[in-house]
Design a protein. Structure first.
Length: 104
């Protein structure tokens, strides 16, 4: 199982994502979040096929389509964090932290 913790920044909301292989072609996704917007749509994305999800255009992924109505702004980090968890659980990337540093 792969766990991803997302601290979205100035909004202060934290999101925890659990991704688990269901079979060799599917992963299940569980999103637990403090964000009221993401919370409303988290149940829309419960499983995906990683090879389809990670090798199509970003705006065509089930993750972005499902979470789109919940993200308050286009710079929300939650969809990227969910996709990273899918990638790691599917064995298509090694687990390594990434980050965005913002300096005024």
């Amino acid at each position: 199982m792969t766990f991803v913790e997302i601290n979205s920044g100035i909004c202060g909301f934290k999101t925890r994502v659990s991704v688990r292989k269901s079979d060799h072609r599917t992963v299940s996704i569980l999103i637990d979040t403090d964000c009221p917007n993401i919370k409303k749509v988290a149940g829309k994305i419960t499983s995906v096929k990683p090879l389809r999800e990670l090798f199509c255009r970003l705006h065509e992924t089930e993750t972005y389509i499902a979470l789109l109505s919940g993200i308050a702004h286009p710079a929300c980090l939650v969809p990227a964090g969910v996709l990273k968890g899918i990638e790691v659980e599917a064995g298509l990337a090694l687990p390594k932290d990434g980050y965005i540093r913002v300096t005024p």
